[in-house]
Design a protein around this ligand. Sequence first.
Ligand SMILES: CC(=O)N[C@H]1[C@@H](OP(=O)(O)OP(=O)(O)OC[C@H]2O[C@@H](n3ccc(=O)[nH]c3=O)[C@H](O)[C@@H]2O)O[C@H](CO)[C@@H](O)[C@@H]1O
Length: 365
Amino acid sequence: MKIALSGGGTGGHIYPALALIREIQKQDKNAEFLYIGTKNGLEASIVPRANIPFQSIEISGFKRSLSLDNVKTIWRFLKGVQESKKMLKEFQPDVVIGTGGYVCGPVVYAGAKLGVPTIIHEQNSVPGLTNKFLSKYVDKVAVCFDEAVASFPKGKVVMTGNPRATEVLGQNAINGKLSVGLDPAKPSVLIFGGSRGARPINDAVLKTFTQLASRPYEVLYITGEVHYESVKKEAELAGNPENIKIKPFIHNMPEVLAGTDLAVTRAGATTLAELTSLGIPSILIPSPYVTNNHQEKNARALSDHGAAELLLEGDLSANKLIESIDRILLDEDKIVAMKSAAKKIGVPDAADRLYNVMKKLMKDK
Ligand SMILES: CC(=O)N[C@H]1[C@@H](OP(=O)(O)OP(=O)(O)OC[C@H]2O[C@@H](n3ccc(=O)[nH]c3=O)[C@H](O)[C@@H]2O)O[C@H](CO)[C@@H](O)[C@@H]1O
């Protein structure tokens, strides 16, 4: 079986595709893959690192407002479709799957126009522009939230969950802690602002350093690649306490999550699928800078059920952050209740569900 995949820009669109690949590899040793992305997105480093054949097209995102750039984008889209058609004709896939981000626009569109079975996977409760556009042309739309169903053509939508929820299971917590310099005997908090980091979260975290230094727990603080150098400098000025380990980005997130007692993070949909599958309590600080405020909607799907606490960016401060961490982490009953609420939302068999949708589509079409 040959599978072409595309999805990119940020980790939240790339890791679900890689998780699906891992599931297919488990069930079909002979499966072949081609991943199409852009040279500028995170996929250009993450996908080859996972040993998956990677090719790139040139494409940029569409702006919602009227702009000359959009003319360029349309031209690039059409060029991207031609390039994708060439790659797909050469690879001859049995199915094309898009996991979001503007790069999958031309790739999945090209697949549909060539008559190849096509699927898009929408991780969020509110769909992105690219997936909305593609939903008219594809055969199936796989979703993770009930709220997303109404945004897509009836009859195409299937509820699968996010394949990354499957991939993060069964990892070794001790190895995860040791790999980032944490003490396996102590509780730990993971702080990160999505796959690229978030300046407002970094600013608040840096101001908590003096207080965090006296806490009985440890902190793994992932800054995002672009923020790392400046955060490191400020952390040194603040005395960089022993119990706070700072990294720019980590590639073994499943292992690290296995040893995490509490997560403080944005509310990207793929991160939330991981947290709920593992039953990790969280403090969610949704990014207000995303389409239709979709991260807040993602976050509320957890906080409404007691699986997470919502901390809006407007209310974020160092004091509020440390008060929330202490209140949850130092209260065993609260941790147990949040864990169980998170697990109830998780969809641990999501990868198998998506693979089954794919197999059925290929059989039927
Ligand atoms: C600004 C923006 O548009 N963000 C979107 C993007 O976020 P973003 O890419 O930040 O997405 P998510 O938070 O959903 O996923 C991040 C992924 O990166 C992984 N990770 C993160 C840090 C690290 O050091 N190592 C690592 O592997 C996480 O475990 C997770 O698998 O895609 C999500 C999924 O469609 C959307 O919900 C977000 O709104």
